[in-house]
Design a protein around this ligand. Structure first.
Ligand code: FBP
Length: 549
């Protein structure tokens, strides 16, 4: 394979471990803390996890390693969307495992959780691992979105583990995958399989975080990548002074990515979905808010701007949510065929008009026709509207154009559109993500070696230099509560949305009116892998603000 100069150089990078893990495997001891409780619904969660609930939080320290000598055969799985650093989790895991004993084995199950069920795997060796050190992507073994959640699947997983003599499974995934990791851990314990399960917190969305997990890996690199591009666009906008750029950024539901990019680049507008929901903002109100900025800037001679739109925002607009629910109902079952049989858009429109309530029709009517049609064309296998495919950046620029026209605005408003998502998911991990991920993997092996089951690999104190990071583990059940999912009460890890009373949002809120009117852009530039520490090892503004820095 032809390698870029950067890839060759990154092979030589040595990821930084937390100080307490730097003295070699024989010098890592464990300190047990207090017994834990789930964040809510304690009785219910305890009843669902009789074998793994209430375990102690643990921290690793420098000291004599007292773990039992045992051959470890570990299987690792990458689950869900790509996030920069996944390869380094596997590298850290492999290095710790081999440093403990050359006899230890690491298998990678291919293409996500399905690899475990289909017994589709690769056995890692030095050459294989070395080709992926400090690189982006999940192509080392591939990823997938199959969920490991049923008893039948767990039974198959147990058989596969037995066949290979597997002692532990490491699942690298987001909130859902780690929820399932906890359920699998409980199953393995209840069935005396002797197989441990350890999770690692992944997702660029940044929504797997809580009082124990300061951030999921990949968020740092992905937001730096988007922020670089947004900063470049801001500079272009400020040079040409003729376009308003509407930039949609990934993040299925929570707006952490949008908020971090706004903190990095100080755009004129950034919508925060959680605020839209809290204030029950309508599409019209949001369009008014953006149009106000367009008018004020135009009055100052600035016919340009940058607006960041979080991917999931439309689902947080109450009236839009109601519209989607009605459309799903309108086309349920064989009504889709009836709809599709209608010839022209006019006929379809009349069908829609007849089927929607007056409130939802009023919302539908103000949408640009391309968006109206998207709502009926893009359906998932269950026939539901695929909200994530709605081009919300185009939706909002069109609504703003309509608003301006209504107001009799005579200035200029030329919109351009962008979507940044996949561009950031497989970038070479920043030094932060390279170090954090390697540490998560290394640490996951220490949790295995010390016999823990149903734990999330935890590395904290992340806003400080890696030397001061704290390595340990937290029972996954501690992060769980009961939520209603598909009509059933389920134990799940609570998804972290942007907190409107949190410091990152408060900082943004305190500054955004100025940023809306003035041109206060900041240009983060490309991720730097080599150079001054204050440039290369810096983590996110979100984390710094959360830590009061
Ligand atoms: P994970 O939650 O699995 O990490 O994936 C996050 C994400 O990148 C979202 O930001 C995005 O909405 C989604 O995946 C896209 O999914 P897909 O890769 O299946 O198109």
């Amino acid at each position: 394979m032809n390698q870029s100069p950067l890839q060759k150089a990154r092979y030589q990078y040595s990821p930084k471990l937390p100080g307490m893990l730097r003295n070699g495997i024989s010098e890592i001891c464990v300190k047990e803390g207090n017994a834990t409780q789930s964040v809510a619904d304690q009785e219910k969660i305890a009843a669902l996890f009789p074998n793994t609930y209430g375990e102690k939080e643990i921290t690793f320290e420098k000291g004599e390693n007292t773990s039992a000598a045992k051959k470890q055969v570990v299987g690792v799985i990458l689950s869900g969307g790509q996030a920069p650093g996944g390869h380094n989790v596997i590298c850290g895991l492999y290095d710790a495992l081999k440093a403990t004993s050359k006899e230890n084995v690491l298998y990678g199950f291919k293409n996500g959780p399905i690899g475990l069920l289909e017994d589709n795997y690769v056995e890692f060796d030095d050459a294989y691992i070395d080709a992926y050190r400090n690189t982006g992507g999940f192509d080392i073994i591939g990823s997938g979105r199959t969920k490991l959640e049923t008893e039948e699947q767990f039974a198959v997983a147990a058989k596969v583990c037995e066949k290979h003599g597997i002692t532990a499974i490491v699942i690298i995934g987001g909130d859902d995958s780690n929820t399932n990791a906890a359920v699998l851990a409980e199953y393995f314990a209840a069935h005396n399989t002797g197989v441990q399960v350890i999770g690692c917190p992944k997702t660029i969305d940044g929504d797997l975080k809580n009082e124990d997990i300061e951030c999921s890996f990949g968020f740092d690199t992905a937001t730096k990548t988007y922020s670089e591009l947004i900063g470049n666009i801001e500079r272009d906008a400020n040079s040409a002074k003729k376009y308003w750029h509407f930039v949609k950024v990934m993040g299925r539901s929570a707006s952490h990515v949008a908020l971090e990019c706004a903190l990095e680049t100080q755009p004129n507008i950034c919508l925060i979905s959680e605020e839209v929901a809290a204030k029950k903002q309508s599409l019209s109100e949001i369009a008014d808010y953006i149009a106000d900025a367009v008018e004020k800037r135009s009055a100052n001679g600035n016919n340009f701007g940058v607006a960041i739109i979080p991917e999931g925002v439309v689902e947080f607009v109450p009236e839009f949510k109601a519209l989607i629910a009605e459309i799903n109902e309108l086309l349920a079952g064989n009504k889709t065929e009836e709809f599709n049989a209608l010839g022209s858009w006019e006929e379809k429109y009349a069908f829609i008009e007849k089927g929607l309530t007056a409130e939802s029709m009023a919302v539908f009517a103000i949408l640009p026709q391309t968006i109206q049609q998207q709502l009926f064309l893009e359906r998932d296998p269950h026939g539901n509207v695929q909200v994530s495919l709605i081009e919300s950046e185009k939706l909002f620029s069109a609504l703003v154009a309509d608003k301006l026209a209504e107001r009799g605005y005579t200035g200029k408003f030329n919109a351009l559109h962008h979507f940044f998502g996949y561009e950031g998911r497989c970038a070479f991990p920043s030094n932060f993500d390279a170090d954090y991920c390697y540490s998560l993997g290394y640490n996951a092996f220490m949790l295995i070696q010390y016999g823990y089951n149903g734990y999330l690999s935890k590395v904290s104190n992340l806003s400080k230099p890696a030397e001061e990071w704290v390595a340990g583990g937290m029972p996954i059940t501690k992060m769980m509560n009961i939520e209603r999912r598909n009509g059933e009460d389920k134990p799940v890890i609570k998804k972290a949305l942007v907190e409107l009373d949190g410091k990152p949002f408060k900082y943004f809120e305190a500054n955004r009116d100025t940023w809306a009117v003035e041109t206060a852009y900041t240009y983060p530039g490309a991720i730097q892998y080599y150079g001054p520490t204050e440039v290369c090892d810096l983590t996110t503004r979100t984390l710094a603000l959360e830590k009061g820095e």
